[in-house]
Write a protein that binds this ligand. Sequence first.
Ligand code: ADP
Ligand code: MG
Ligand code: MG
Length: 874
Amino acid sequence: SKMVFYFGKTKTEGQGEGKQLLGGKGVNLAEMTRIGLPVPPGFTITTACCDSYYKNGKQLPKGLMDEVNEAVAILEKELDKKFGDDENPLLVSVRSGAAVSMPGMMNTILNLGLNDAATEGLAKATDNPRFAYDAYRRLINMYGDVVMGIDHEEFEHAFDKIKTKYKVDLDTDVPAEGLKELCEAYKAVFKKHGGEDFPQDPIHQLQLAIEAVFGSWNTERAVRYREIENIRGLLGTAVNVQSMVYGNMGDDSGTGVAFTRDPSSGQNKFFGEFLINAQGEDVVAGIRTPLPVIEMKKWNKAVHAELIAIKDKLESHYKDVQDIEFTIEKGKLYMLQTRDGKRTGIAAVKIAVDMVKEGLIDEKTAVLRIPAGDLTQCLLPSFIPAAKKKANVLATGLPASPGAAVGQLAFTAAEAKARAEAGESVLLIRKETSPEDVDGMHAAAGILTSTGGMTSHAAVVARGWGKCCVAGAGDVDINEKTKKITVNGKTYGVGDTLSLDGTSGEVMEGAVDRQEPKLGGDFGTVMEWADKYRTLGVRTNADTPEDSKRARAFGAEGIGLCRTEHMFFEGDRIGHMRAMILATTEEDRRKALAKLLPFQRKDFVGIFTAMKGLPVTVRLLDPPLHEFLPHEKAAQKEMAEALGISTAEVKKRAEQLHEMNPMLGHRGCRLSVTYPEILEMQVTAITEAAIACVNKKVDAKAEIMIPLVGTRAELSMLREKVEATIEATKAAKKFDGELDILIGTMIEIPRAALTADEVAQDADFFSFGTNDLTQMTFGYSRDDINTFLPDYLKQDILHGDPFQSLDTTGVGQLVEMGVKKGRSSKKGLKCGICGEHGGDPASIQFCHEVGLDYVSCSPFRVPIARLAAAQAAL
Ligand code: ADP
Ligand code: MG
Ligand code: MG
């Protein structure tokens, strides 16, 4: 099949071929050519060739170079230049480009096709020797770096010597003869470290460059980046070979990058940077400080106007924010790249709402476009304005990615990662980050750089993740060796805490107080749209009135899981709980339980009141009892004293309760079977709380959920006990109204799913406990999976952590079967999910498909679930 696709005036191939085959860059270069934008012509080698390259033991597929040569011939004809020509040489760039953008992870070589003779020819043809030598030195450097693996530093040293010799600081101030000398010096570096002369045959250069780009697909950092981003199933990178245009021809030339809107705030403001007399990476490398694109008006008004027109054309064509790269050669503008711009969650929301208002997209598209998981950023705290006023602002950098980060300083990526893993909140401090730093950047609470711009590596990557980043804070002097920063004459080190405001760019001393976010505005609009289109209900997992209130503010339509065991640890309660566990007779157990009852009742009144009018599913006690006992000697002694018994007795009971596999042990409904008085106490508390609410005219909607049921018999028996307890409580309270308490069960043991038609006959509702269900279906321990999960992911045995995203093929079958069978014996049985998966967008999609009534997730994930549910419905 076809391996090379041409784009240019002669023809533009590959329409309808997607990113999977041509890569994002390739598809968009062809598309921009097709809609008439000024794109230097070239051709794209498919990702399938990259795949074959690896499958063939790192050999280019047969016939590829023939197709490449044909395409080069068309290019030569179209541009009336010749590859390797001594007089008017065709030069190309060799650019990577996978289906998913991986900023800066792979390699690009510019000015390919130059050799000694062609450089002389180019100097003459352009009447610009300075430019020709500049192009050549860049090629030797990039080719040496990318193809031969020569350390960039080696070239830097040679450059520094020339700059010293000519007494200049900037690359652009080195005169032509200096650059000519530099080319000779670079060739010497190349020979010394590469072991051969710089190749003079352009086709040879091209072939090795193509191989090197394929090779860059599997560098450690690229592989790691794909792991973090969970990018899977790609064939590899495409290679784009494109004729060069020159931003380094003098002061009427330049190169730049821009976003059609502000990717950080989402404001509809054209946003970019450019550098005069520069090429390629110069803009992002931080060698010279680029100018904001608005300054271009003064430099070349016509080019600025054309760029604005192109920006508008691109937005209306792609109907999304674009991240573009352009070059100006002697006053003529060329487009070199466009792609959908990475943006923060906050920007995603604003842009989607604005674009609907502008008529560019409709509501449904807007809802589908916002990555549900990114909404977290809209829910993040910000600094309290009053606290900020008092804060000592040390420096102000660029507001590269919003957020309010507080942490201690870390100076290397490895250190940031290690300390974050140990539970510390750290800020990664770097002059500029590089793709090698992604691990540490990911782990850090925030990122601070001293040199980078708004489009620097740190800024782009942080925005992609929604991580707080302040870039280019030039007043911060970073000493990576001593692990200290100096700013305003003060020095801060590893143990010091700073606060970063990614929205304003401020760097502040100490930990500045933060506040919860406000949820109206564009965020509210998106949530309204989501609610309009979703059919799945969204509840929350909450055990306290505070969490319930927060979740309700986030839009939760009830509580899907209230875990009562959390209520047993607070304050004095644990003492009564332990007394209950240590009791040897039912009578003593009941005495201890009677002391716990008022606490439980009060908690439930609080929660029912916070959620008034909405259902609250209360799960009866679930964990094994030994979790409530102390296991250290000193603590056991303390407990013995408190209960007036001997330490030996405590120890004995703890040993008795010890189980080999506690998660498969005496827990869940099994506790209620052995100790029905625990169930009675809890149900009494729930019923009394419901009655108290009715008396206060609070609409309580209690649902009692029995955990870990595996057989219908367990549920039948316990249901009877629950019903009897409710009746007894009503009688004791002389209450004869309706309480409408539902009694249901969790489906979390495979057997319950397999026999759901039987179980359903005694259940008013099902709630799939997919944490335990996953654990028991795979036989993986939830608590120990990390001992082997990394190996499973690396070797692609699993594609993700099944406790994070529901295994729809396996565990999902049990959910689907449970719903079907349950509803076959009880029509319209209400079914929900309350495992961690309830807040995971991919799992929510599945829940929608199998017809669940609702998902339940932690309060902060409620808005995400609402949006994901709408996306599933559209
Ligand atoms: P990345 O994927 O890392 O952004 P690119 O392939 O986009 O790498 O190349 C980086 C930069 O090199 C581009 O932004 C552009 O400035 C420059 N460049 C690439 N190809 C050409 C070309 N044909 N002419 C001029 N400059 C180019
Ligand atoms: Mg690029
Ligand atoms: Mg469970």
